[in-house]
Design a protein around this ligand. Structure first.
Ligand code: BGC
Length: 418
């Protein structure tokens, strides 16, 4: 062995590494709200993949379900002229950010990676502004689920409900047996999440669209809406006194521990069951929220990317965009997060029955016209209108306001927000 030659080669190699790192490696600062156990585990996968390519990840996690706090921080940062590299922003809000002229054009990555072919147009339409990609979709979450602890139902001799009438029967038995029927988090976004699942279940997808997507006054203030509001408020009887302010993952943990029987929540809740080592079908069961089988309220996480001056930051940003829709990330992230892949061509083997069911239901609902964007999770209306709906829902849930008054108030509050 020629040691001189070896030493020389090593030196050249080291120099090459240093050089290539400084040329290609960049940093991404990522603003998101994935702070629960399951969420943190999931987002760490993206961080790991980027680091593997030599880039670094500056975490800007802002706690608070559904991202209300994160959006406040993002606005402050953008107004100060210091936005992050990427931020978790969803639905119509993407258009609002794009209009500000702050977003990077992701077309080159999209073209190279064939996003138009891999991702359904119902999703890519949301990610594009004036025909150009300004956001990357991450996953598809379904909202209208009910998460149950079967052992609580067995102990209470109750049946897992598929209708709201059955729900009341079961909830009474569960309460009498000393358990909390519904694990509930009294925060505006969680109330809105449960409310929209009641609306689509009880009044159907076509009505949901008129009321919570198109915000037609005739649907907002209607007998169907009043009925849905009453059903939504009925649930409150079966929650515990500590529900106000409770975080969603704390509520999930009550179901995991067998303190509560059920939770109405999107399938990020599954991420908590998974992180706790629980098995679907035995430790917990997920079925559609009462009367909502056959409908699919979708919620697509996505990242907008802000324009970068620095070349290495641009490269890191492009790598992030590419990795998000890459096969590896789509599989491992979604298995952990509780969502399903947003692109085609991902092997199904590592997904559980709940995810497989969600995949089938997504396709069936798209074909039947029952695939609807979630209002509560920013997919259906602009943030100002969403805020107006949240206000009425939370006031109704937490006061003596009647369902009739709330239905009328939807119309005036939404009109004022538009
Ligand atoms: C997001 C999920 C997140 C959940 C709870 C939803 O709006 O889409 O990714 O897990 O909020 O924070």
């Amino acid at each position: 062995m020629n040691f001189k030659l070896l030493a020389k080669t090593m030196a050249v190699l080291i120099l090459f590494c240093v050089f290539s790192t400084s040329t290609f490696a960049g940093q991404v600062e990522v603003l998101h709200w994935w702070t629960s156990g399951g969420e943190a585990k999931s987002v760490a996968i993206l961080k790991g993949l980027l680091e593997k390519e030599g880039h670094s990840w500056k975490d800007m996690a802002v706690a608070g379900g559904a991202g209300e706090n994160a959006m406040t921080v993002l606005k402050t940062r953008a107004m100060a002229g210091n936005p992050p590299t990427a931020a978790q922003v969803k639905g119509p809000a993407i258009q609002e950010w794009a209009r500000e002229g702050l977003l990077a054009n992701l077309d080159p990555v999209a073209k190279k990676e064939n996003w138009d072919k891999l991702v359904p147009s119902v999703v890519t339409d949301i990610m594009k502004y004036q025909g150009h990609y300004v956001a990357v979709p991450v996953n598809v979450h379904k909202i209208n689920w009910m998460w149950c602890n079967p052992s609580v139902f067995i102990k209470a001799k109750a049946k897992i409900p598929t209708t709201w009438a059955e729900f009341e029967t079961a909830a009474k038995k569960i309460k009498a047996a000393g358990f909390i029927p519904v694990a509930f988090g009294g925060q505006a976004w969680q109330e809105a999440t449960v409310f929209e699942s009641v609306v689509i279940g009880q009044a159907g997808a076509a009505f949901y669209k008129k009321a919570l997507v198109d915000t037609e006054p005739g649907a907002l203030n209607s007998p169907q809406m009043i009925k849905a509001l009453k059903t939504f408020k009925m649930i409150k009887k079966y929650t515990d006194k500590n529900a106000p302010g409770r975080d969603w993952n704390m509520a999930t943990s009550m179901v995991i521990k067998g303190e509560a029987a059920m939770q109405f929540m999107g399938d990020w809740a599954k991420g908590e069951f998974t992180a706790a080592g629980k098995n679907p079908g035995t430790d917990y069961v997920a079925i559609p929220a009462p009367e909502s089988a056959g409908t699919y309220l979708f919620n697509i996480d996505s990242f907008i990317m802000f324009k970068q001056k620095d070349k290495s930051a641009q490269q890191a940003q492009n790598a992030m965009a590419r990795l998000i829709l890459g096969k590896k990330f789509q599989e491992v992230f979604n298995v952990n997060k509780g969502s399903i892949p947003v692109r085609s061509g991902i092997a199904k083997a590592s997904f559980d029955d709940i995810a497989l069911r969600s995949m089938d239901e997504f396709a069936a609902a798209a074909a039947n016209g029952t695939l609807m964007p979630s209002m509560a999770h920013g997919m259906a209306v602009y943030p100002a209108v969403q805020g107006a709906i949240y206000d009425v829902v939370t006031e109704f849930y937490n006061s003596d306001m009647t369902a009739k008054e709330a239905a009328a108030k939807f119309v005036t509050t939404i009109a004022a927000a538009k």
